[in-house]
Design a protein around this ligand. Structure first.
Ligand code: ATP
Ligand code: MG
Length: 543
Protein backbone atom coordinates (compact mmCIF):
# COMPACT_ATOMS: atom_id res chain seq x y z
CA UNK A 1 0.00 0.00 0.00
CA UNK A 2 1.21 3.50 -0.74
CA UNK A 3 2.14 5.70 2.15
CA UNK A 4 -0.85 6.98 4.15
CA UNK A 5 -1.53 8.33 7.62
CA UNK A 6 -2.24 4.91 9.14
CA UNK A 7 0.96 3.50 7.73
CA UNK A 8 2.86 6.37 9.30
CA UNK A 9 1.27 5.67 12.71
CA UNK A 10 2.20 2.02 12.44
CA UNK A 11 5.79 2.84 11.50
CA UNK A 12 6.06 5.13 14.53
CA UNK A 13 4.57 2.48 16.83
CA UNK A 14 7.09 -0.07 15.60
CA UNK A 15 9.95 2.35 16.00
CA UNK A 16 8.87 3.04 19.57
CA UNK A 17 8.56 -0.68 20.26
CA UNK A 18 4.89 -0.32 21.12
CA UNK A 19 4.11 -3.51 19.24
CA UNK A 20 6.23 -6.43 18.17
CA UNK A 21 3.98 -7.59 15.40
CA UNK A 22 1.33 -5.94 13.27
CA UNK A 23 -1.99 -7.71 13.58
CA UNK A 24 -5.20 -6.33 12.09
CA UNK A 25 -8.69 -7.68 11.75
CA UNK A 26 -11.72 -7.23 9.57
CA UNK A 27 -14.76 -7.33 11.87
CA UNK A 28 -18.03 -7.54 9.89
CA UNK A 29 -21.35 -8.03 11.56
CA UNK A 30 -22.96 -11.02 9.82
CA UNK A 31 -26.23 -9.18 9.22
CA UNK A 32 -25.94 -8.66 5.45
CA UNK A 33 -23.66 -9.07 2.48
CA UNK A 34 -20.48 -7.06 2.11
CA UNK A 35 -20.52 -4.03 -0.17
CA UNK A 36 -17.92 -1.99 -1.99
CA UNK A 37 -17.45 0.20 1.09
CA UNK A 38 -16.42 -2.85 3.07
CA UNK A 39 -13.85 -3.55 0.38
CA UNK A 40 -11.97 -0.47 1.55
CA UNK A 41 -11.86 -1.84 5.11
CA UNK A 42 -10.86 -5.32 3.93
CA UNK A 43 -8.14 -4.14 1.56
CA UNK A 44 -6.77 -1.63 4.07
CA UNK A 45 -6.54 -4.18 6.86
CA UNK A 46 -5.00 -6.95 4.77
CA UNK A 47 -2.63 -4.79 2.76
CA UNK A 48 -1.31 -2.86 5.76
CA UNK A 49 -0.65 -5.98 7.82
CA UNK A 50 1.08 -7.61 4.85
CA UNK A 51 3.25 -4.52 4.32
CA UNK A 52 4.68 -5.07 7.79
CA UNK A 53 4.85 -8.87 7.54
CA UNK A 54 1.97 -9.14 9.94
CA UNK A 55 -1.37 -10.82 9.51
CA UNK A 56 -5.12 -10.24 9.54
CA UNK A 57 -7.97 -12.07 11.21
CA UNK A 58 -11.52 -12.28 10.02
CA UNK A 59 -13.70 -11.81 13.04
CA UNK A 60 -17.44 -11.94 12.90
CA UNK A 61 -18.84 -9.36 15.24
CA UNK A 62 -21.86 -11.49 16.08
CA UNK A 63 -22.99 -9.87 19.29
CA UNK A 64 -26.54 -9.03 18.21
CA UNK A 65 -28.62 -12.20 17.75
CA UNK A 66 -31.68 -10.51 16.23
CA UNK A 67 -30.35 -9.72 12.76
CA UNK A 68 -27.56 -12.17 12.23
CA UNK A 69 -27.55 -15.31 10.18
CA UNK A 70 -25.27 -18.10 8.98
CA UNK A 71 -26.05 -17.28 5.36
CA UNK A 72 -24.19 -14.01 5.86
CA UNK A 73 -21.30 -15.74 7.59
CA UNK A 74 -20.75 -17.88 4.49
CA UNK A 75 -21.25 -15.06 2.03
CA UNK A 76 -18.73 -12.83 3.82
CA UNK A 77 -16.13 -15.58 3.82
CA UNK A 78 -16.59 -16.15 0.08
CA UNK A 79 -16.40 -12.48 -0.77
CA UNK A 80 -13.13 -11.99 1.09
CA UNK A 81 -11.65 -15.01 -0.63
CA UNK A 82 -12.85 -13.74 -3.98
CA UNK A 83 -11.09 -10.44 -3.35
CA UNK A 84 -7.93 -12.51 -2.98
CA UNK A 85 -7.35 -12.43 0.77
CA UNK A 86 -6.96 -15.20 3.25
CA UNK A 87 -7.40 -14.44 6.93
CA UNK A 88 -4.87 -16.05 9.23
CA UNK A 89 -7.68 -16.93 11.65
CA UNK A 90 -11.44 -16.89 11.48
CA UNK A 91 -12.95 -15.99 14.82
CA UNK A 92 -16.36 -15.19 16.21
CA UNK A 93 -16.99 -12.58 18.88
CA UNK A 94 -19.51 -15.02 20.34
CA UNK A 95 -16.59 -17.32 21.22
CA UNK A 96 -15.56 -14.69 23.73
CA UNK A 97 -18.93 -14.29 25.46
CA UNK A 98 -17.65 -16.01 28.55
CA UNK A 99 -14.58 -13.85 28.85
CA UNK A 100 -16.62 -10.72 28.20
CA UNK A 101 -18.96 -11.73 30.99
CA UNK A 102 -16.00 -12.27 33.34
CA UNK A 103 -14.62 -8.85 32.45
CA UNK A 104 -18.01 -7.26 33.16
CA UNK A 105 -18.03 -8.94 36.57
CA UNK A 106 -14.55 -7.52 37.15
CA UNK A 107 -15.85 -4.04 36.35
CA UNK A 108 -18.67 -4.47 38.88
CA UNK A 109 -16.22 -5.66 41.52
CA UNK A 110 -14.04 -2.62 40.85
CA UNK A 111 -17.06 -0.34 41.25
CA UNK A 112 -16.83 0.54 37.54
CA UNK A 113 -20.17 -0.86 36.43
CA UNK A 114 -23.69 -1.03 37.81
CA UNK A 115 -27.05 -2.49 37.02
CA UNK A 116 -29.60 0.13 36.12
CA UNK A 117 -33.34 -0.42 36.44
CA UNK A 118 -34.34 2.65 34.45
CA UNK A 119 -36.20 2.16 31.20
CA UNK A 120 -34.43 2.83 27.92
CA UNK A 121 -36.42 6.07 27.63
CA UNK A 122 -35.38 7.20 31.09
CA UNK A 123 -31.75 6.41 30.37
CA UNK A 124 -31.84 8.30 27.15
CA UNK A 125 -33.60 11.30 28.72
CA UNK A 126 -31.12 11.49 31.59
CA UNK A 127 -28.05 11.42 29.34
CA UNK A 128 -28.34 15.12 28.59
CA UNK A 129 -27.02 16.48 25.34
CA UNK A 130 -24.07 18.38 23.97
CA UNK A 131 -24.92 21.49 25.99
CA UNK A 132 -26.32 19.95 29.18
CA UNK A 133 -24.73 17.37 31.39
CA UNK A 134 -26.49 14.12 32.17
CA UNK A 135 -27.98 13.19 35.51
CA UNK A 136 -27.00 10.20 37.56
CA UNK A 137 -29.38 7.29 37.74
CA UNK A 138 -30.87 6.70 41.16
CA UNK A 139 -29.51 3.17 40.83
CA UNK A 140 -25.95 4.33 40.20
CA UNK A 141 -24.83 3.80 43.79
CA UNK A 142 -26.06 0.25 44.20
CA UNK A 143 -23.63 -1.84 46.22
CA UNK A 144 -21.22 -4.18 44.45
CA UNK A 145 -23.00 -7.13 46.04
CA UNK A 146 -26.38 -6.02 44.75
CA UNK A 147 -24.95 -5.35 41.30
CA UNK A 148 -23.36 -8.78 41.19
CA UNK A 149 -26.61 -10.40 42.28
CA UNK A 150 -28.68 -8.50 39.73
CA UNK A 151 -26.19 -9.16 36.91
CA UNK A 152 -26.44 -12.86 37.78
CA UNK A 153 -30.24 -12.62 37.56
CA UNK A 154 -29.88 -10.96 34.16
CA UNK A 155 -27.51 -13.67 32.99
CA UNK A 156 -29.76 -16.47 34.15
CA UNK A 157 -32.75 -15.03 32.34
CA UNK A 158 -34.72 -14.67 35.58
CA UNK A 159 -36.22 -11.34 34.56
CA UNK A 160 -37.87 -9.83 31.51
CA UNK A 161 -35.92 -8.31 28.66
CA UNK A 162 -36.08 -4.67 29.61
CA UNK A 163 -35.91 -4.96 33.38
CA UNK A 164 -32.20 -4.25 33.76
CA UNK A 165 -29.13 -3.20 31.82
CA UNK A 166 -25.51 -3.12 32.91
CA UNK A 167 -23.86 0.28 32.54
CA UNK A 168 -20.26 1.36 32.79
CA UNK A 169 -19.80 3.88 35.58
CA UNK A 170 -17.76 6.61 33.99
CA UNK A 171 -18.96 10.20 34.02
CA UNK A 172 -22.46 11.54 33.39
CA UNK A 173 -21.04 15.01 32.82
CA UNK A 174 -18.36 14.06 30.33
CA UNK A 175 -18.30 16.28 27.24
CA UNK A 176 -18.08 13.01 25.30
CA UNK A 177 -21.59 11.52 25.27
CA UNK A 178 -20.16 8.05 24.82
CA UNK A 179 -18.64 8.25 28.27
CA UNK A 180 -21.91 9.08 30.02
CA UNK A 181 -22.34 5.69 31.62
CA UNK A 182 -22.86 3.73 28.41
CA UNK A 183 -24.94 0.57 28.50
CA UNK A 184 -22.58 -2.39 28.14
CA UNK A 185 -24.94 -5.36 28.52
CA UNK A 186 -28.58 -5.87 27.73
CA UNK A 187 -31.01 -8.75 27.89
CA UNK A 188 -32.08 -10.21 24.54
CA UNK A 189 -34.14 -13.35 24.72
CA UNK A 190 -33.48 -14.52 21.20
CA UNK A 191 -31.63 -17.52 19.94
CA UNK A 192 -28.16 -16.74 18.60
CA UNK A 193 -27.06 -18.33 15.32
CA UNK A 194 -24.05 -19.93 17.03
CA UNK A 195 -24.49 -19.95 20.79
CA UNK A 196 -28.20 -20.79 20.47
CA UNK A 197 -29.84 -20.27 23.87
CA UNK A 198 -26.73 -20.30 26.03
CA UNK A 199 -26.95 -16.57 26.62
CA UNK A 200 -29.74 -14.12 27.22
CA UNK A 201 -27.45 -11.17 27.92
CA UNK A 202 -25.46 -9.70 25.08
CA UNK A 203 -22.61 -7.17 25.22
CA UNK A 204 -22.94 -3.86 23.40
CA UNK A 205 -20.54 -3.12 20.55
CA UNK A 206 -18.49 -0.53 22.45
CA UNK A 207 -17.81 -2.98 25.25
CA UNK A 208 -17.36 -6.10 23.15
CA UNK A 209 -15.17 -4.75 20.39
CA UNK A 210 -12.11 -3.65 22.40
CA UNK A 211 -12.18 -6.90 24.34
CA UNK A 212 -12.33 -8.93 21.12
CA UNK A 213 -9.38 -6.98 19.72
CA UNK A 214 -7.34 -7.38 22.89
CA UNK A 215 -8.01 -11.11 23.19
CA UNK A 216 -6.70 -11.63 19.67
CA UNK A 217 -3.64 -9.47 20.22
CA UNK A 218 -4.69 -7.02 17.53
CA UNK A 219 -2.12 -4.24 17.35
CA UNK A 220 -4.06 -1.76 15.23
CA UNK A 221 -7.82 -1.73 15.27
CA UNK A 222 -8.81 0.12 12.11
CA UNK A 223 -12.36 1.33 11.82
CA UNK A 224 -14.42 3.93 10.02
CA UNK A 225 -14.66 7.53 11.08
CA UNK A 226 -17.93 7.34 13.00
CA UNK A 227 -16.06 5.54 15.79
CA UNK A 228 -13.69 8.43 16.45
CA UNK A 229 -15.75 9.69 19.41
CA UNK A 230 -15.90 6.15 20.74
CA UNK A 231 -12.12 5.87 21.03
CA UNK A 232 -11.97 7.17 24.65
CA UNK A 233 -14.50 4.50 25.59
CA UNK A 234 -12.51 1.88 23.66
CA UNK A 235 -9.41 2.81 25.64
CA UNK A 236 -11.39 2.90 28.91
CA UNK A 237 -12.68 -0.64 28.39
CA UNK A 238 -9.20 -1.98 27.60
CA UNK A 239 -7.77 -0.29 30.68
CA UNK A 240 -10.50 -0.97 33.21
CA UNK A 241 -11.06 -4.55 32.08
CA UNK A 242 -7.32 -5.02 32.58
CA UNK A 243 -6.80 -6.59 29.19
CA UNK A 244 -3.29 -7.95 28.66
CA UNK A 245 -2.90 -6.25 25.25
CA UNK A 246 -3.58 -2.67 24.30
CA UNK A 247 -4.67 -2.33 20.69
CA UNK A 248 -4.62 1.10 19.10
CA UNK A 249 -7.80 2.24 17.40
CA UNK A 250 -7.29 4.33 14.27
CA UNK A 251 -10.18 5.68 12.21
CA UNK A 252 -10.34 6.22 8.48
CA UNK A 253 -12.94 7.84 6.23
CA UNK A 254 -15.80 5.81 4.83
CA UNK A 255 -15.98 5.27 1.11
CA UNK A 256 -19.15 6.03 -0.80
CA UNK A 257 -19.91 5.87 -4.49
CA UNK A 258 -21.96 8.55 -6.19
CA UNK A 259 -25.61 7.66 -6.63
CA UNK A 260 -25.18 4.43 -4.72
CA UNK A 261 -26.75 3.62 -1.40
CA UNK A 262 -24.74 1.16 0.57
CA UNK A 263 -26.36 0.98 3.97
CA UNK A 264 -27.13 -2.62 4.74
CA UNK A 265 -30.56 -1.65 5.97
CA UNK A 266 -31.50 -0.28 2.57
CA UNK A 267 -29.93 -3.18 0.71
CA UNK A 268 -31.84 -5.60 2.90
CA UNK A 269 -35.09 -3.77 2.19
CA UNK A 270 -34.45 -4.09 -1.54
CA UNK A 271 -33.89 -7.81 -1.16
CA UNK A 272 -36.84 -8.40 1.16
CA UNK A 273 -39.24 -6.37 -0.96
CA UNK A 274 -38.06 -8.41 -3.97
CA UNK A 275 -37.25 -5.27 -5.94
CA UNK A 276 -34.00 -7.02 -6.76
CA UNK A 277 -33.42 -10.73 -7.26
CA UNK A 278 -31.21 -11.11 -4.20
CA UNK A 279 -28.09 -9.81 -2.49
CA UNK A 280 -26.14 -10.75 -5.60
CA UNK A 281 -28.43 -9.00 -8.07
CA UNK A 282 -26.08 -7.45 -10.65
CA UNK A 283 -27.38 -3.97 -9.76
CA UNK A 284 -26.44 -4.27 -6.10
CA UNK A 285 -23.29 -2.53 -4.78
CA UNK A 286 -22.52 -5.69 -2.83
CA UNK A 287 -19.33 -7.53 -3.67
CA UNK A 288 -21.37 -10.52 -4.84
CA UNK A 289 -23.52 -8.19 -6.96
CA UNK A 290 -20.47 -6.55 -8.50
CA UNK A 291 -19.01 -9.99 -9.13
CA UNK A 292 -22.14 -11.15 -10.91
CA UNK A 293 -22.13 -7.90 -12.82
CA UNK A 294 -18.66 -8.79 -14.09
CA UNK A 295 -16.38 -6.67 -11.93
CA UNK A 296 -13.05 -8.34 -11.19
CA UNK A 297 -11.22 -8.45 -7.87
CA UNK A 298 -8.27 -6.71 -9.57
CA UNK A 299 -10.42 -3.81 -10.70
CA UNK A 300 -11.93 -3.36 -7.24
CA UNK A 301 -8.53 -3.53 -5.58
CA UNK A 302 -6.96 -1.10 -8.03
CA UNK A 303 -9.85 1.27 -7.58
CA UNK A 304 -9.65 1.21 -3.78
CA UNK A 305 -5.88 1.56 -3.78
CA UNK A 306 -5.88 4.39 -6.31
CA UNK A 307 -8.46 6.35 -4.32
CA UNK A 308 -6.09 6.17 -1.36
CA UNK A 309 -6.92 6.36 2.30
CA UNK A 310 -7.87 9.51 4.11
CA UNK A 311 -9.21 10.62 7.40
CA UNK A 312 -12.35 12.11 5.85
CA UNK A 313 -15.29 10.34 4.28
CA UNK A 314 -15.09 10.40 0.51
CA UNK A 315 -17.52 9.92 -2.33
CA UNK A 316 -16.04 8.64 -5.57
CA UNK A 317 -17.64 8.53 -8.98
CA UNK A 318 -18.74 5.20 -10.35
CA UNK A 319 -16.77 6.18 -13.40
CA UNK A 320 -13.50 5.64 -11.53
CA UNK A 321 -14.45 2.10 -10.64
CA UNK A 322 -15.56 1.48 -14.20
CA UNK A 323 -12.35 2.71 -15.71
CA UNK A 324 -10.35 0.46 -13.38
CA UNK A 325 -12.46 -2.36 -14.77
CA UNK A 326 -11.92 -1.44 -18.43
CA UNK A 327 -8.22 -1.31 -17.77
CA UNK A 328 -8.31 -4.80 -16.33
CA UNK A 329 -10.47 -6.29 -19.07
CA UNK A 330 -9.12 -4.70 -22.22
CA UNK A 331 -6.39 -7.25 -22.81
CA UNK A 332 -7.90 -10.15 -20.92
CA UNK A 333 -11.16 -10.54 -22.82
CA UNK A 334 -11.96 -12.15 -26.12
CA UNK A 335 -13.64 -9.81 -28.56
CA UNK A 336 -16.78 -11.19 -30.14
CA UNK A 337 -19.69 -9.99 -32.21
CA UNK A 338 -23.26 -9.89 -31.01
CA UNK A 339 -26.45 -8.18 -32.05
CA UNK A 340 -28.60 -6.83 -29.27
CA UNK A 341 -31.45 -5.35 -31.35
CA UNK A 342 -31.50 -7.66 -34.34
CA UNK A 343 -32.50 -6.61 -37.83
CA UNK A 344 -32.49 -9.38 -40.41
CA UNK A 345 -30.33 -8.97 -43.52
CA UNK A 346 -30.59 -11.28 -46.52
CA UNK A 347 -27.67 -11.35 -48.94
CA UNK A 348 -29.54 -11.93 -52.17
CA UNK A 349 -26.48 -12.70 -54.31
CA UNK A 350 -24.99 -15.27 -51.91
CA UNK A 351 -25.49 -18.55 -53.71
CA UNK A 352 -23.17 -20.96 -51.92
CA UNK A 353 -24.74 -23.81 -49.96
CA UNK A 354 -22.22 -23.49 -47.11
CA UNK A 355 -20.96 -20.66 -44.97
CA UNK A 356 -17.77 -18.81 -45.67
CA UNK A 357 -15.26 -18.65 -42.84
CA UNK A 358 -12.49 -16.29 -42.02
CA UNK A 359 -9.97 -16.66 -39.22
CA UNK A 360 -9.15 -13.73 -36.97
CA UNK A 361 -7.50 -13.31 -33.58
CA UNK A 362 -9.85 -13.08 -30.61
CA UNK A 363 -8.08 -9.97 -29.46
CA UNK A 364 -5.72 -8.27 -31.88
CA UNK A 365 -3.95 -6.63 -28.95
CA UNK A 366 -3.34 -9.91 -27.15
CA UNK A 367 -2.68 -12.78 -29.54
CA UNK A 368 -2.35 -15.20 -26.62
CA UNK A 369 -6.13 -15.40 -26.53
CA UNK A 370 -6.03 -17.40 -29.78
CA UNK A 371 -8.06 -17.20 -32.95
CA UNK A 372 -11.61 -17.83 -34.02
CA UNK A 373 -13.48 -18.27 -37.27
CA UNK A 374 -16.03 -15.71 -38.33
CA UNK A 375 -18.83 -16.90 -40.61
CA UNK A 376 -20.63 -15.24 -43.48
CA UNK A 377 -23.70 -16.54 -45.27
CA UNK A 378 -27.05 -15.72 -46.79
CA UNK A 379 -28.79 -14.62 -43.61
CA UNK A 380 -27.28 -12.18 -41.18
CA UNK A 381 -28.35 -9.96 -38.32
CA UNK A 382 -27.19 -6.43 -37.81
CA UNK A 383 -28.11 -3.87 -35.15
CA UNK A 384 -31.31 -1.97 -35.88
CA UNK A 385 -29.52 1.25 -35.06
CA UNK A 386 -26.93 0.52 -37.74
CA UNK A 387 -29.52 1.14 -40.43
CA UNK A 388 -31.38 4.24 -41.52
CA UNK A 389 -33.45 4.76 -44.67
CA UNK A 390 -31.52 7.86 -45.58
CA UNK A 391 -28.11 9.13 -44.69
CA UNK A 392 -29.09 12.02 -42.47
CA UNK A 393 -25.68 13.66 -42.20
CA UNK A 394 -22.02 13.01 -42.84
CA UNK A 395 -21.53 11.71 -39.33
CA UNK A 396 -23.81 8.76 -40.04
CA UNK A 397 -21.26 6.04 -40.80
CA UNK A 398 -23.63 3.10 -41.10
CA UNK A 399 -25.90 1.38 -43.60
CA UNK A 400 -28.70 3.17 -45.48
CA UNK A 401 -30.90 2.38 -48.43
CA UNK A 402 -28.62 2.51 -51.45
CA UNK A 403 -25.53 2.79 -49.24
CA UNK A 404 -22.66 0.43 -48.65
CA UNK A 405 -20.84 -0.59 -45.45
CA UNK A 406 -18.07 -2.97 -44.58
CA UNK A 407 -18.73 -5.94 -42.29
CA UNK A 408 -16.33 -6.25 -39.42
CA UNK A 409 -13.97 -9.21 -39.53
CA UNK A 410 -14.98 -10.85 -42.78
CA UNK A 411 -14.49 -7.52 -44.55
CA UNK A 412 -17.19 -7.83 -47.21
CA UNK A 413 -18.94 -4.70 -48.39
CA UNK A 414 -22.71 -5.05 -48.39
CA UNK A 415 -25.10 -2.71 -50.14
CA UNK A 416 -28.73 -2.28 -49.14
CA UNK A 417 -31.02 -2.44 -52.18
CA UNK A 418 -34.44 -2.91 -50.67
CA UNK A 419 -36.27 -2.61 -47.38
CA UNK A 420 -39.02 -5.02 -46.31
CA UNK A 421 -41.82 -3.74 -44.04
CA UNK A 422 -44.47 -5.57 -42.03
CA UNK A 423 -48.15 -4.60 -41.86
CA UNK A 424 -47.36 -2.09 -39.09
CA UNK A 425 -44.94 -0.34 -41.39
CA UNK A 426 -41.94 -1.44 -39.35
CA UNK A 427 -38.71 -2.43 -41.06
CA UNK A 428 -38.27 -6.18 -40.67
CA UNK A 429 -35.64 -7.09 -43.21
CA UNK A 430 -33.03 -5.60 -45.52
CA UNK A 431 -32.25 -7.10 -48.90
CA UNK A 432 -28.57 -6.56 -49.62
CA UNK A 433 -25.89 -7.71 -52.04
CA UNK A 434 -22.25 -8.30 -51.19
CA UNK A 435 -19.16 -7.63 -53.26
CA UNK A 436 -17.05 -10.80 -53.55
CA UNK A 437 -13.88 -8.79 -54.17
CA UNK A 438 -13.90 -7.05 -50.82
CA UNK A 439 -13.17 -9.89 -48.39
CA UNK A 440 -10.63 -9.14 -45.66
CA UNK A 441 -7.11 -9.66 -46.93
CA UNK A 442 -7.97 -8.85 -50.53
CA UNK A 443 -6.58 -5.31 -50.35
CA UNK A 444 -9.64 -3.95 -52.10
CA UNK A 445 -9.39 -0.20 -52.28
CA UNK A 446 -11.54 1.00 -55.16
CA UNK A 447 -14.41 2.36 -53.08
CA UNK A 448 -14.76 3.62 -49.56
CA UNK A 449 -17.67 2.13 -47.59
CA UNK A 450 -19.85 4.32 -45.38
CA UNK A 451 -18.38 2.87 -42.19
CA UNK A 452 -17.88 -0.59 -40.70
CA UNK A 453 -20.55 -2.40 -38.72
CA UNK A 454 -20.66 -5.64 -36.76
CA UNK A 455 -23.00 -8.51 -37.55
CA UNK A 456 -23.86 -12.06 -36.65
CA UNK A 457 -24.35 -14.87 -39.18
CA UNK A 458 -27.75 -16.41 -38.49
CA UNK A 459 -26.85 -20.08 -38.89
CA UNK A 460 -23.69 -19.69 -36.86
CA UNK A 461 -25.18 -17.82 -33.91
CA UNK A 462 -26.57 -18.57 -30.48
CA UNK A 463 -29.59 -17.02 -28.81
CA UNK A 464 -28.72 -14.59 -26.12
CA UNK A 465 -30.44 -12.25 -23.67
CA UNK A 466 -28.65 -9.05 -22.85
CA UNK A 467 -29.34 -7.47 -19.49
CA UNK A 468 -28.58 -3.77 -19.37
CA UNK A 469 -28.41 -2.02 -16.02
CA UNK A 470 -28.74 1.43 -14.62
CA UNK A 471 -28.58 2.91 -11.14
CA UNK A 472 -30.99 1.43 -8.59
CA UNK A 473 -31.95 4.92 -7.51
CA UNK A 474 -33.91 7.40 -9.55
CA UNK A 475 -32.98 10.84 -8.27
CA UNK A 476 -35.88 12.45 -10.14
CA UNK A 477 -38.27 10.85 -7.69
CA UNK A 478 -38.73 13.06 -4.63
CA UNK A 479 -39.28 11.00 -1.52
CA UNK A 480 -37.84 10.47 1.93
CA UNK A 481 -38.47 6.78 1.66
CA UNK A 482 -35.54 5.36 -0.19
CA UNK A 483 -37.57 2.44 -1.53
CA UNK A 484 -39.82 4.91 -3.35
CA UNK A 485 -36.77 6.12 -5.23
CA UNK A 486 -36.20 2.69 -6.72
CA UNK A 487 -35.51 3.01 -10.44
CA UNK A 488 -38.05 0.74 -12.12
CA UNK A 489 -36.02 0.96 -15.33
CA UNK A 490 -32.82 -0.20 -13.70
CA UNK A 491 -32.87 -3.44 -15.68
CA UNK A 492 -33.75 -3.69 -19.36
CA UNK A 493 -33.56 -6.98 -21.24
CA UNK A 494 -32.90 -7.35 -24.97
CA UNK A 495 -33.15 -10.55 -26.93
CA UNK A 496 -30.57 -11.02 -29.64
CA UNK A 497 -27.79 -13.18 -31.00
CA UNK A 498 -24.14 -13.78 -30.39
CA UNK A 499 -21.57 -15.52 -32.56
CA UNK A 500 -21.58 -19.24 -31.88
CA UNK A 501 -17.93 -19.29 -30.82
CA UNK A 502 -19.01 -18.33 -27.33
CA UNK A 503 -21.89 -20.77 -26.97
CA UNK A 504 -19.97 -23.00 -24.56
CA UNK A 505 -19.22 -20.18 -22.13
CA UNK A 506 -19.38 -20.69 -18.42
CA UNK A 507 -20.71 -18.47 -15.66
CA UNK A 508 -18.48 -15.42 -15.09
CA UNK A 509 -16.77 -15.67 -18.52
CA UNK A 510 -16.26 -12.15 -19.74
CA UNK A 511 -16.19 -10.80 -23.29
CA UNK A 512 -15.84 -7.58 -25.11
CA UNK A 513 -18.77 -7.32 -27.48
CA UNK A 514 -17.28 -5.28 -30.28
CA UNK A 515 -18.66 -1.74 -30.62
CA UNK A 516 -20.87 -2.27 -27.59
CA UNK A 517 -19.29 -3.05 -24.24
CA UNK A 518 -18.00 -5.61 -21.81
CA UNK A 519 -20.35 -8.42 -20.88
CA UNK A 520 -20.28 -11.31 -18.45
CA UNK A 521 -22.10 -14.63 -18.67
CA UNK A 522 -24.73 -14.96 -15.96
CA UNK A 523 -25.35 -18.02 -13.80
CA UNK A 524 -28.91 -18.29 -15.12
CA UNK A 525 -27.73 -19.04 -18.67
CA UNK A 526 -29.04 -22.26 -20.18
CA UNK A 527 -27.89 -24.51 -23.00
CA UNK A 528 -30.31 -22.82 -25.37
CA UNK A 529 -30.02 -19.26 -24.19
CA UNK A 530 -26.99 -17.43 -22.92
CA UNK A 531 -27.60 -14.58 -20.52
CA UNK A 532 -25.15 -11.72 -20.67
CA UNK A 533 -24.96 -8.98 -18.08
CA UNK A 534 -23.62 -5.76 -19.44
CA UNK A 535 -20.73 -4.79 -17.22
CA UNK A 536 -19.88 -1.45 -18.71
CA UNK A 537 -19.75 0.22 -22.10
CA UNK A 538 -16.49 0.39 -24.01
CA UNK A 539 -15.95 4.06 -23.49
CA UNK A 540 -16.81 6.30 -20.67
CA UNK A 541 -20.07 8.16 -21.19
CA UNK A 542 -18.67 11.01 -19.10
CA UNK A 543 -17.32 13.81 -21.21
P1 ATP B 1 -23.30 -0.46 6.92
O1 ATP B 1 -23.38 0.82 7.68
O2 ATP B 1 -23.09 -0.27 5.46
O3 ATP B 1 -24.40 -1.37 7.19
P2 ATP B 1 -21.49 -1.42 8.88
O4 ATP B 1 -20.42 -0.48 9.25
O5 ATP B 1 -22.64 -1.52 9.82
O6 ATP B 1 -21.95 -1.14 7.41
P3 ATP B 1 -19.99 -3.77 9.56
O7 ATP B 1 -20.30 -5.16 9.24
O8 ATP B 1 -20.07 -3.34 10.97
O9 ATP B 1 -20.96 -2.88 8.67
O10 ATP B 1 -18.61 -3.33 8.91
C1 ATP B 1 -17.41 -4.02 9.07
C2 ATP B 1 -16.27 -3.06 8.88
O11 ATP B 1 -16.34 -2.44 7.61
C3 ATP B 1 -16.31 -1.96 9.91
O12 ATP B 1 -15.00 -1.82 10.45
C4 ATP B 1 -16.70 -0.73 9.15
O13 ATP B 1 -16.08 0.39 9.68
C5 ATP B 1 -16.20 -1.04 7.74
N1 ATP B 1 -17.00 -0.35 6.74
C6 ATP B 1 -18.33 -0.48 6.51
N2 ATP B 1 -18.75 0.34 5.54
C7 ATP B 1 -17.65 1.03 5.12
C8 ATP B 1 -17.43 2.05 4.13
N3 ATP B 1 -18.43 2.52 3.36
N4 ATP B 1 -16.18 2.52 3.96
C9 ATP B 1 -15.17 2.05 4.72
N5 ATP B 1 -15.31 1.10 5.66
C10 ATP B 1 -16.54 0.59 5.88
MG1 MG C 1 -21.46 -1.80 11.98
Amino acid sequence: MESNFIKTFIEEDLKNNKYKEIVTRFPPEPNGFLHIGHARAIITNFELAADFNGYTNLRYDDTNPSKEDLVYVEAIKNDIKWLGYEPKNVYFASDYFNEMYERAVLLIKKGKAYVDSQTAEEISASRGNLTTVGTNSIYRERSKEENLKLFEIMKNGLCDEKTYVLRAKIDMSSPNMNLRDPVIYRIVKESHHRTKDAWVIYPMYDFAHPIEDAIEGISHSLCSLEFEDHRPLYDWVIRECEMPNTPRQIEFGRLSIENTIMSKRYLRELVESKKVSGWDDPRMPTLSGLRRRGFTPTSIKNFILSVGLSKINSTMSLEMLESALREDLVLKTKRVMAVVNPLKVTITNYTKKTLEKYEVPYNADNLELGTKKISFGKELYIEKEDFSIIKTDNKFKRLYLGGEVRLLGIGYFIKCNEVVYNSENEIVELLCTYDKNTKSGSNFSQRKPNGTISYVCKSDSANASFYMYESLIDNDIQSDNILDKFNENSCVVKEGYVEKNVSKSKEEDKYQIIRNGYYVVDKNSTKDNLIFNKIVSLKSSYK
